[in-house]
Design a protein around this ligand. Sequence first.
Ligand SMILES: CC(C)(COP(=O)(O)OP(=O)(O)OC[C@H]1O[C@@H](n2cnc3c(N)ncnc32)[C@H](O)[C@@H]1OP(=O)(O)O)[C@@H](O)C(=O)NCCC(=O)NCCS
Length: 191
Amino acid sequence: MAVLEPFPPLGSAGERQISAEGFALPPGYHLRPAQASDAAAIRGLVWRVRINPLGLDWRRFWLVTFEERLAAMGQVKPHAGGLRELASIATEPAHRGKGLAHRVILILMAQHAPPLYLTCRAELRAFYQPFGFTELGPEEMPPYYRRLWGLARLLRPGGREGGMAVMRWLGAPAKKSPAEAGEERPEAGNV
Ligand SMILES: CC(C)(COP(=O)(O)OP(=O)(O)OC[C@H]1O[C@@H](n2cnc3c(N)ncnc32)[C@H](O)[C@@H]1OP(=O)(O)O)[C@@H](O)C(=O)NCCC(=O)NCCS
């Protein structure tokens, strides 16, 4: 039986809370909001996995820890015009494939009302689709993302497969938890 850590109160954005119970973490892993003392570890992971190093205010981050060290993380980052972006999703290589990034994404989606945007390398589209994110064509992108997407194409031509994808979650249901989907993770123990 999953042992739930206390969830912070969900604001008005959090009405569609995603099953925290269903998506259990393996034993020894814990989900919590970041603290000021986590800022250096957050920056360190960002640099190691080479994702966008801008906008890393620890106050927005949720972390999964193992033996009190950062294992996975993510944030929702605000942009001008009220746009909000699921960002800085990363898992330490030694902890990958255990559902940690999924768990971080689910808590962030539970706490922020749609729409949420994200940008990712094209090969990661399939990673985000089960959460309800769909890829946007340039005509659907808010101007901020259209500019970014255009810049990425200039820097790395090669069409849809090689470049950057812009995705949006409009509130469609997230992927079911493994338990809900009847495919229990054998190692799942606590949250
Ligand atoms: C992408 C990343 C965050 C995944 O972290 P993770 O904790 O291993 O992810 P989870 O364990 O929650 O999920 C792994 C699942 O995603 C799938 N997945 C991973 N990469 C994928 C990809 N490129 N395309 C499709 N699915 C992918 C795995 O097959 C696995 O599926 P399964 O659970 O059905 O077996 C991690 O590899 C990472 O930190 N990469 C470097 C940083 C990065 O690229 N971040 C994304 C920025 S947009």
